[in-house]
Design a protein around this ligand. Structure first.
Ligand SMILES: C[S@@+](CC[C@H](N)C(=O)[O-])C[C@H]1O[C@@H](n2cnc3c(N)ncnc32)[C@H](O)[C@@H]1O
Ligand code: SF4
Length: 439
C-alpha cells in the first residue's frame, strides 16, 4: 500500500487542475463569462492578500514578506479598482459567501478592511451573506482587530496553528506557543466570532505520530467547530523558502501515513466527524451537516458548504470559477497591479470547461467529498469502462469497492482519496514535480 503514498498527485481543488490552465483565457473571455451569469446567480467572493510579516519555512501559499506599509496600500488601491471593474461586467450581485485568504489578510489593517467592505457593500448585495470568513495568523491578531472584524460581519476565523511543539515550531520557523493560540481564539469568541477553524499539519520536520496525536488533542481542547489536517507539501523546487527545511528531518511516506491516521483517530475519538480527505468537523457544524446531506463542495480553500453558482476571486493569483470555466489572475503583484492600472481585468490564464471536463470534475468532487460516486446516475454504463479497470489495484488493496456503477472509497482508502480520484483525470499528468505526495 505504501507505494501508493509516494505517487505525486494534484489536490484537485479544481478540475482541470491549474497546470492545465492556458493563456488563451484572458480578461476579455473572463469578462464575457461574468456577463453570461444569470441575474439571480449566487456569488461567492474570495479576496487574496499576498503579504506576511515573515515567511514560514514550509509555506506553499502565494505570499511575500513585507515590512513597509506602502506596498500594502498600493495593493489595496488595486483591489478596490478590480472590485469595481469586475462588478461592471456582472449581472448578478447576490453574495452568499465571502472569504479573506492569503498570505495574512490582517496585514490590511482595520482601515483597509473597512475600505474594501465599504466598496463591496456599495457594489454587491451582502444582505444574504451566510458565511464571512477570514484566515488569521494567531501571532498577528489582537482583540481590537477581532472586534473590528466582527463589526464588519466576519463570522468565521481560521487559525493557522500547524503544530504546538516548540521543537517543530523552531524547525518550521514559526514560533507560536499554545497560550498565544488560546488567547487569540478567546479574543475572537469574545468579539462574537464563533465559527472557529484550526489548521494543523502533518509531515513536518521533527514530527512523529505521537507529536501529531498530541497536536490533535490540544487542538480539540480549544473546541473549534472545524479542524483541517493538511499533509505538508514539500516542493522546494517551486518554493524557495522550503529549501531552508532540512529534508533529512522530514518524515517518510510510512510515517506520514501513520501521522494522518493517528490524528484521525484522536479527532474522531473527540467526537469530530471526518470530512473528505483532510477535514474534521463538529457534528453540529454546517460543514458536517452539508457532508451528511451530500452537499459538501470542494474549492480553492478546501472543503466548503458553499453552493454558490460562481466563485469570484480578487487579488494577485486569485482563481475564479464560473459555469463556463476557470480564470486565474496574474500571480505576481507587479503584473496584477499593471493590469489594473491599465483598466484591464488582471486575468492571466484559465481554461474553458468542455462537457467532459464538467462531468469528470463532478465525479472527482463527489469522490473527494462523499468518498463515493454513482457513475450510473451520471453517464451511460460503458462510459467509464477503462477507469473502472484502472481502479482494480485499489480494489485489490482493499481501498475501494465497486458495486455496479457505484465506486466507494473505503475507510482504509480515505488517505489515498486524491490518488483514487485521479483515475478519472483525463489530462496527461502535468510534470510530476508540480505536485506533492499522495499522502
Ligand atoms: C494562508 S495559510 C493560513 C493563514 C495565515 N497566514 C497563517 O499562517 O496563520 C493557510 C494554511 O495553508 C496550510 N499550508 C501552508 N503551506 C502548506 C504546505 N506547504 N503544505 C500543506 N499545507 C500548507 C497551513 O495549514 C496554513 O495554515
Ligand atoms: S503559513 Fe501563513 S503566515 Fe506563514 S508564510 Fe504562509 S501565509 Fe504567511
Amino acid at each position: 500500500m505504501l507505494h501508493f503514498a509516494a505517487v505525486n498527485v494534484p489536490r484537485y481543488t479544481s478540475y482541470p487542475t491549474a497546470p492545465h490552465f492556458n493563456a488563451r483565457i484572458g480578461s476579455e473571455r473572463y469578462a464575457a463569462w461574468l456577463s453570461a451569469l444569470p441575474a439571480d446567480a449566487t456569488l461567492s467572493l474570495y479576496l487574496h492578500v499576498p503579504f506576511c510579516a515573515e515567511l514560514c519555512l514550509y509555506c506553499g501559499c502565494n505570499t511575500k514578506a513585507v515590512r513597509k506599509r506602502e506596498p500594502v496600500d498600493r495593493y489595496l488601491r488595486s483591489l478596490i479598482a478590480e472590485i469595481e471593474l469586475t462588478a461592471s461586467h456582472l449581472g448578478s450581485r447576490r453574495v452568499a459567501h465571502l472569504h479573506w485568504g492569503g498570505g495574512t489578510p490582517s496585514t490590511l489593517g482595520e482601515s483597509g478592511f473597512q475600505t474594501v467592505m465599504d466598496r463591496l457593500a456599495r457594489l454587491f448585495d451582502l444582505t444574504e451573506l451566510r458565511e464571512h470568513a477570514i484566515e488569521i495568523d494567531p501571532r498577528h491578531a489582537n482583540p481590537s482587530l477581532a472586534e473590528a472584524l466582527a463589526h464588519l460581519g466576519v463570522n468565521r476565523a481560521s487559525f493557522g496553528v500547524q503544530d504546538f511543539s516548540s521543537e517543530v515550531q523552531r524547525a518550521i520557523g514559526r514560533v507560536q506557543p499554545f497560550e498565544v493560540v488560546r488567547r487569540c481564539i478567546d479574543a475572537y469568541r469574545n468579539a462574537g466570532i464563533d465559527g472557529i477553524n484550526i489548521d494543523l499539519m502533518y509531515g513536518l520536520p521533527r514530527q512523529s505520530a505521537a507529536s501529531v496525536a498530541l497536536n490533535a488533542d490540544l487542538a480539540a481542547s480549544l473546541q473549534p467547530g472545524r479542524i483541517a489536517l493538511f499533509g505538508y507539501a514539500h516542493v522546494p523546487w517551486l518554493k524557495k523558502n522550503q529549501r531552508l527545511i532540512d529534508a533529512a528531518l522530514l518524515p517518510g511516506h510510512e510515517d506520514r501515513l501513520a501521522q494522518a491516521r493517528i490524528a484521525e483517530n484522536v479527532l474522531t475519538g473527540h467526537g469530530y466527524r471526518a470530512i473528505g480527505l483532510d477535514h474534521f468537523a463538529d457534528p453540529c457544524d454546517p460543514l458536517a451537516i452539508a457532508a451528511e446531506g451530500g452537499k459538501l463542495h470542494r474549492n480553492f480553500q478546501g472543503y466548503t458548504a458553499d453552493q454558490a453558482d460562481a466563485l469570484i476571486g480578487f487579488g494577485a493569483s486569485a482563481i475564479s470559477r464560473t459555469p463556463s470555466g476557470y480564470a486565474q489572475n496574474a500571480s505576481d503583484t507587479a503584473g496584477y497591479e499593471r493590469a489594473i492600472a491599465s483598466s484591464r481585468l488582471p486575468t492571466a490564464k484559465g481554461i474553458e470547461l468542455t462537457a467532459d471536463d464538467a462531468l469528470r470534475g463532478l465525479i472527482i468532487e463527489r469522490l473527494l467529498c462523499d468518498l463515493r460516486v454513482d457513475l450510473g446516475a451520471l453517464a451511460p454504463s460503458e462510459a467509464f469502462r477503462s477507469e473502472i479497470s484502472a481502479l482494480r489495484p485499489f480494489v485489490d488493496a482493499g481501498l475501494v469497492a465497486i458495486n455496479g456503477g457505484q465506486v466507494v472509497i473505503l475507510e482504509a482508502g480515505r488517505s489515498f482519496a486524491r490518488l483514487i480520484a485521479a483515475t478519472f483525470d483525463a489530462y496527461p499528468p502535468a510534470n510530476q514535480t508540480r505536485h506533492s505526495a499522495a499522502v
